[in-house]
Ligand binder design. Structure first.
Ligand code: WT7
Length: 661
């Protein structure tokens, strides 16, 4: 197949770029002139290459391959440590790997204090725009000040190192402040996505045994108000460990304040105890930083645990190389801080790199589909990181919307959450990036903490492929027996060596950690994804192979949706599957068996959809509820979702020899 030199209107620059790459970059020669890459390839421009941190990427990767610990030690040395490590990697108790053992640090010192001691003190750390057009900004100085004030409040409420604090709000600056305040005093934050609802919040409060809940009165969602405090009140009736509830005023709506338990954030922040200098807890590199719940194959969501040291180094380094962060940049990650993307690449990564991070409260198309492009022009955003579902959603409204705005500040684009279809990739590249901005299609997970399969801006790109693993990582595609498959063959995506931002354990459940990730293929981390690797070593992620559904890039477990359905009095049994959806990637379809005495009706179907929304949150609402008289099951009683899916898609269900009837 022909190599597409692309770079329309910039053929010269494009050509030079290729030449320069072949000169600069040695190694397997994947970028050399002699060995052409297969398929449709997009080359970086000279402008991007010359200033890139990843200018000598092949060399960096080779070095990291030879000396993994040396590579990560070098990256770690760019950050501040109260005490340096004795050992970079301790694998004596694998799969419970430890990184930077013996080192002392605090991620917040590196996010804030390190910068306020330099010229960055008055640089903007965070710019925020509300859905209603409100605007706020924080310099590094101001963000540190408010973090210290809130940290002092948490301390005065008795929060100690290792205690859990749950945070539940929309995309507002106080969410960032609350996270940083916890980390500053060594408390473990557990952020619950503001789009989740009663049962999801209750489950997470209960499992984490949180002492404090930080919540907003409400949040704006496409012009409507989501009553977060009201949802929290309902969840709190079922959760016993929470002693204090701190309420941030966002919408100003009337909320119930329980005496002795609930306090207003803004009132506390003005008390003399809210000191602007709060002692920073000196943390062991392996001390927990946060837990974040994510959906797995079975049962309840799992609390993924990340630490101060390794997570910090991994997130810092990956953002630097992949988004090529420079001093003058303004960076925008459109994700929600309630998910790992927001933790790593709205909050910690950008602050560790001393960059200016922009955060927007609302939806991309509210009130009009111009909103994002308008803000890119208004704030001069240079680096934009978003999700395929958002791109597909915006594509539908046509090019005229973005074309009205000056998007020339953009330099690098990014994508995450699910495979990006080539059409959406090309639209993003052409219409938003004007064929100037390389797209970083980053594959990673809540568990990996940082980018794993990802391009850097100097690499040739293929639409739909995340290219290759980040420096130092050994990843592969294997068959049922754990053997590598041939080029372009589909198999299980696995990780063969440790990385600093890796999950340390499932909180309170180390057995499940080993079981879930390390038992299927001994010595390898199982990602739960299927993928193939092409003849150029480029990875193409296909999707989940387990019972996890990616809806608009959000990760949901079929088990959780099913138990939400079954918690309704009319439902005897339920099954949920994901079916392809043009914008969302996947949409949830559910099959319900009613208890005797209940009649099938459209009204009941709608009631069940609302019920799932109430328990779990609007994203989990099934697209369709279908009533059935039986569900396909194995003889051992497991629902065969594969069979339901094949039937819905009009496909052959494959091997059904284990089917009960
Ligand atoms: C799953 C992890 C990590 C950020 C957000 C999601 C899918 C993620 C990509 C990508 C293809 C992707 C995988 C993965 N995924 N990024 N660039 N290309 N698939 O984190 O909620 O833990 O979900 O998202 O299936 O396993 P998460």
């Amino acid at each position: 197949m022909a190599v597409n030199k692309l770079a329309t209107g910039r053929d010269k620059a494009g050509e030079k770029a290729t030449l320069q790459l072949s000169k600069d970059i040695k190694g397997e020669g994947i970028m050399s002139e002699e060995k052409k890459l297969t398929g449709e390839v997009f080359y970086p421009s000279e402008a991007v290459i010359t200033r890139a941190h990843a200018k000598n990427w092949e060399e960096i990767c080779e070095e990291a391959e030879e000396d993994l610990e040396g590579f990560w030690a070098k990256e770690a040395n760019e950050l501040h440590w109260f005490k340096k490590w004795d050992k970079v990697l301790d694998d004596s108790q694998k799969p419970f790997y430890k990184w930077f053992t013996g080192a002392k640090t605090n991620i917040v010192y590196n996010c804030l204090d390190r910068h306020t001691q330099t010229y960055r003190r008055n640089k903007l750390a965070l710019i925020w725009e509300g859905e209603n057009g409100e605007f706020r900004s924080f310099s590094y100085f101001a963000l540190r000040r408010d973090t210290c004030r809130f940290a002092s409040i948490l301390k005065s409420l008795g929060v100690q190192k290792g205690d859990r604090v749950t945070i539940y709000m929309g995309r507002i600056p106080e969410l960032v402040i609350a996270m940083l305040a916890c980390a500053r005093i060594g408390a473990i934050h557990s952020v619950v996505y503001g789009g989740f609802s009663v049962e999801a919040l209750h489950e997470r409060l209960e499992d984490s045994q949180s002492k404090v809940l930080v919540v907003a009165d409400g949040s704006y969602q496409r012009g409507k108000i989501v009553h977060l405090k009201q949802i929290a009140d309902e969840a709190l009736q079922r959760a016993a460990t929470v002693e204090s509830v701190l309420v941030v005023k966002r919408t100003g709506e009337e909320v119930n304040m329980e005496a002795g338990r609930d306090m207003w954030y803004h009132e506390l922040m003005n008390l003399p105890i809210a000191g602007t200098t709060c002692h920073i807890e000196v943390m062991d590199a392996e001390d927990p930083l946060f837990i974040l719940y994510t959906s797995g194959t079975t049962g309840k969501p799992k609390a993924i645990l990340h630490t101060h040291g390794g997570y910090m180094v991994g997130v810092y380094s990956t953002l630097k190389y992949v988004f090529d962060v420079h001093e003058e940049d303004r960076y925008w990650c459109s994700a929600d801080p309630g998910w790992i993307t927001g933790h790593s690449y709205i909050v910690y990564g950008p602050l560790l790199n001393g960059t200016t991070s922009f955060m927007y409260e609302g939806a991309p198309t509210h009130p009009f589909p111009n909103r994002w492009w308008q803000m890119i022009e208004k704030y001069g955003i240079n680096l934009l990181y978003t999700a395929p579902t958002a791109i597909r959603g915006l594509m539908r409204y046509g090019e005229a919307w973005p074309n009205r705005y000056d998007l020339s500040s953009l330099r690098i684009l990014g994508s995450v959450g699910e495979p990006i279809n080539p059409e959406a990739w090309k639209w993003y590249y052409r219409v938003i990036g004007k064929e100037r901005c390389p797209i970083m299609d980053t594959w990673w997970q809540t568990e990996t903490g940082m980018f794993m399969i990802t391009p850097v801006p100097t690499m040739p790109l293929k639409p739909g492929s995340g290219t290759r693993p980040f420096a130092g990582l050994k990843m592969d595609v294997v068959n049922e027996g754990g053997e590598p498959v041939g080029p372009n063959e589909e198999g299980y995506l696995v990780i063969k060596n440790p990385w600093p931002a890796m999950i340390r354990t499932i909180y309170k459940d180390p057995g499940r950690y080993v079981e879930q990730y390390w038992s299927r293929f001994p010595g390898m981390y199982m990602t739960g994804d299927s993928a193939r690797k092409d003849e150029d070593g480029y990875f193409w992620v296909i999707g989940r192979v387990d019972d996890v559904i990616k809806v608009s890039g959000y990760r949901l477990g079929t088990a959780e949706i099913e138990s939400a359905l079954v918690s309704h009095p009319a439902v005897a049994e339920a099954a949920a599957i994901g079916l392809p959806h043009e914008v969302k990637g996947n949409a949830i379809y559910s099959y319900v068996m009613l208890k005797s005495g209940f009649e099938k009706s459209d009204q009941l179907a709608e009631e069940l959809r609302q019920h799932v929304g109430h328990e779990m949150g609007p994203i989990a609402k099934p697209e369709k509820v279908e009533f059935v008289d039986s569900l396909p099951k194995t003889r051992s009683g497991k629902i065969m979702r594969r069979v339901l899916k094949a039937k819905a898609l009009g496909q052959d269900p494959g091997n059904i020899s284990t089917l009960e009837e």
